[in-house]
Design a protein around this ligand. Structure first.
Ligand SMILES: Nc1ccn([C@@H]2O[C@H](COP(=O)(O)OP(=O)(O)OP(=O)(O)O)[C@@H](O)[C@H]2O)c(=O)n1
Ligand SMILES: C[C@](O)(CO)[C@H](O)COP(=O)(O)O
Length: 224
């Protein structure tokens, strides 16, 4: 008789405690597109694939009506919000996903979760498609940067929880600030697998992104 296949217990951890300064519409996770908040959309995409969902919220705020998740108080930075989420679960695998990326294809969730367990760390990412340049002072044309090996990092990012918690605690001890979680693993010399992301996984950051999100919601909600 063969051993039953071990299935790691998986948690979705959603940092949603940001203030949405660049969007200018109040706490961004609560902003609606197509009649549903960014947070509700992110939770709905992830829930079918995980055992539990935890959400970091701005101080004093509650989950929007109908969102099924465990609320946690967020921190002053995204990094602090993720650390609070990590300390609130004992799942084997965690999928960290920005509430601000509301369109999350099932294929990406499955592939990031599988690689997180097999490799230890994985992130959705897309190869850069634009020409890249590092501007000189005064915003003049500077050094042209070869783009062949460059990827733009998205979420979800998946990890064995113990490894990511250790990386976060090391960063906190050393006062190291990072813009994402995979970077904290990479700085310790550990491998991070790049999983092909999706154009629809863009981050709603500015008012222009919100207009794009309304257009995507119109087709996403029809299952297209
Ligand atoms: N203290 C913080 C800051 C950010 N986030 C979350 O991290 C994700 C990515 O952050 P970002 O897009 O920068 O959101 P904001 O910080 O809200 O945006 P801004 O920088 O424009 O204020 C978002 O889902 C945001 O809610 C968080 O949980 N806690
Ligand atoms: C985590 C992230 O979404 C990966 O691209 C990104 O780094 C978050 O950056 P933000 O400035 O906190 O939105």
């Amino acid at each position: 008789m063969t051993e039953p296949h071990f299935r790691p217990r998986t948690a979705a951890l959603i940092p949603a405690a940001g203030s949405g300064t660049r969007l200018g519409r109040g706490p961004k996770a609560f902003v609606e597109v197509g009649g549903l908040s960014l947070l509700a959309r992110s939770v709905a995409c992830l829930s079918p694939y995980v055992d539990e969902v935890l959400v970091a919220l701005p101080a004093g705020m509650a989950l929007p009506d109908g969102v099924q998740a465990q609320p946690i108080s967020g921190g002053d930075t995204r990094q602090a919000s993720v650390l609070a989420l990590l300390r609130a679960t004992n799942a084997d695998v965690v999928l960290i996903h920005d509430a601000a990326r509301p369109f999350l294809p099932a294929r990406v969730i499955r592939e990031v979760a599988a690689a997180a367990w097999e490799v230890g760390a994985a992130t959705a990412a897309l190869p850069v498609a634009d020409t890249l340049v590092q501007a000189k002072e005064g915003n003049d044309w500077g050094t042209l940067t070869p783009r062949e090996s460059l990827w733009a990092v998205q979420t979800p990012q998946g990890f064995r929880r113990a490894a990511l918690l250790a990386a976060h605690e090391a960063a906190q001890r050393e006062g190291h600030a990072a813009t994402d979680d995979a970077g904290l693993i990479a700085r310790l010399g550990q491998r991070v697998a790049l999983i092909p992301g999706d154009a629809r996984l863009f981050k709603v950051t500015t008012p222009g992104d919100l207009a794009l999100a309304e257009a995507v919601a119109a087709v996403w909600d029809k299952g297209v």
